[in-house]
Design a protein around this ligand. Structure first.
Ligand SMILES: [Zn+2]
Length: 236
């Protein structure tokens, strides 16, 4: 079993030493004693679903094909209830790809309703579609927390999402000073943050170190906040 310390137990130095990193989004199958990994798995990747790890399952907008959509979503539905599947995702909407908008919307909405049914958070892929997603969340009264992976938008968008019980996940963009993610990062409330590797070239240690540096914090202090967020978001 993974041992997770709530933030109110942070007084003891020993427990601080034991705090784990959390990698909220990666596609690679890696195991480390000091990292809680939420590995993303696509429909059909059953061989990746092993014991002792956490997963998210979802049909990514890049992989949507009209003729396989029903089977893929059925696969997500069949796996979403598994105990070590902690989230539905990554799913989303992407205006930079050729996949027809109607198909993207259909896959997105069907998987959101799976998440609502199993009452698990959603990990979102969002490219130039923040306003559409926010409008959808408001209109449908979605209750499960949403985690925007690779968050990269302005502070107004961040504020609106946070007010709607969304979390923002940061990774390699924290190393790109020109990115919107870099510019807003210092203003994001600590209780709505996650970090990720997303196979983008930086380890989770490097991401936390950079984040702690930018927030003028200690890495262990940051770990405490993220673990508390994890426990709250995933109801653990
Ligand atoms: Zn990803």
């Amino acid at each position: 079993m993974l041992r997770i310390f709530p933030v109110d137990k942070l007084e003891s130095g020993l427990e601080i030493m034991e705090l784990k990193f959390i990698d909220i989004h990666t596609h690679s199958h890696y195991l480390r004693q000091d990292v809680i990994v939420v590995q993303n798995v696509f429909p059909g990747q059953d061989d990746q679903l092993v014991n002792g790890k956490y997963f998210s399952v979802g049909l990514h907008p890049w992989n949507i094909e009209k003729h396989t959509m029903d089977d893929d979503i059925e696969w997500v539905n069949a796996h979403a209830e598994a105990r070590n599947v902690v989230a539905v995702g990554e799913i989303g909407l992407d205006k930079s790809i050729d996949c027809p908008w109607e198909d993207q919307k259909e896959a997105f909405e069907r998987q959101l309703s799976i998440a609502e049914t199993v009452n698990k958070p959603v990990i979102l892929h969002c490219v130039r579609t923040y306003s559409e997603m926010l409008a959808y969340r408001k209109s449908k009264g979605q209750k499960t927390p949403w985690i925007f992976h690779w968050f990269n938008a302005d502070i107004r968008t961040a504020d609106e999402l946070i007010r709607k019980n969304c979390y923002l996940s940061f990774g390699h963009m924290l190393f790109k000073e020109s990115s919107r993610a870099f510019k807003v990062f210092r203003s994001i409330p600590l209780d709505h943050l996650f970090f990720e590797t997303d196979d983008a070239g930086y380890s989770i240690d490097e991401v936390y170190k950079q984040a702690a540096y930018l927030r003028k914090m200690d890495v262990n202090e940051l770990k405490g906040y993220i673990i508390a967020n994890f426990n709250k978001c995933f109801g653990l």
